[in-house]
Design a protein. Sequence first.
Length: 385
Amino acid sequence: MNKPVSRRAFLGQALRLAGVLAVPGAASWLISKFPPPTTLRGTAQRALPLLREARWWKTACAGVQCTLCPFECFLPEGHRGICNVRQNVGGKLYTLVYAQPVSVHIDPIEKKPVYHLYPGSRSYSLSTVGCNLRCAFCQNWEISQAQPEHARGEPLQPADVVHHALATGCRSIAYTYAEPVVFYEYVYDTAVLAKRAGLRNVLVSGGYINPEPLAELVPLFDIIKIDLKGFNERFYRRVVKGELRFVLRTLQELARHNVLMEVVNLVVPTLNDHPDEIRRMCRWVVQELGKDTPLFFSRFTPQYRLQNLPPTPVETLEQAHAIARHEGLRYVYIGNVHGHPAEHTYCPTCGRALIRRHGYAVLGYDLAPGGRCPYDGTRIPGIWV
């Protein structure tokens, strides 16, 4: 039998609910997912010893509002955002994953995939749990959808990350695997130290971030890879659980800041592979980001909640590649098809393969100093050896 609710408690809950619904865009989030209140006492507090106040939030009504990403979650006391890793504790917003990576690896930079930064180099790569999107095809769902208490690694402070990257001969640090936007504070502090130490910073993101936090990160990063998961709002809302317009806004902001970026489109059979959609996307990239923006069409393999679909036919990827070239893009790649000629970087003027790849391995490097084609002098955009 339910306990009776006092008039005072009822009015308090009603006011809190009204506050949530007053936040633009929050009503749909509240209906679809509103985590139960949690506290950080006892076992949970011991499991999350490195609490750190978040950078982007404000006080709102009877709680706090996160301003990091477009969801702008309103959080009463004890509640967490849609990312699962940012929580209202005592009227302040805290990150629950600071310096607590659950995945740390030394990867070829090509695995990100990033092709226009130090080809053949190694990148110290890490991620905490958490993500602000819910992609049905996520290949890292075990960590992106996990709670901080349930997926723990060894604490690794920003200075330790930089030390290990240097000690292992890595030339960059990549914030990757899940979604680095949601462990923003850890990314920021580590990137500051990495830059001072002469390491390159690589952000691998879905691009679901507000302009102000993005602008704070931009000066720290040498290259940013954005997953443009499709080019229609219906696909984003149904399959990604976000909105395309905010990702496009991020890409436009990066272009405005003159950031070196690469764009990846995972081509999913029947969901985002229509030639007309790909053509619209390519035209948008040319118009808004520029014809020198590297664009990848990557092969989908059955993952997570989309195991009913087949892998993307190579012919579909080749058709997308041809469309992109026809629309004027100069650096177009096919990903997840090892050994395909579209893994190479070609000079857009003479057509010669200047950087030859097979999967994550670089087989040949034929760029002159300054990143120029040795045959005709064309400048290839990137950060080269």
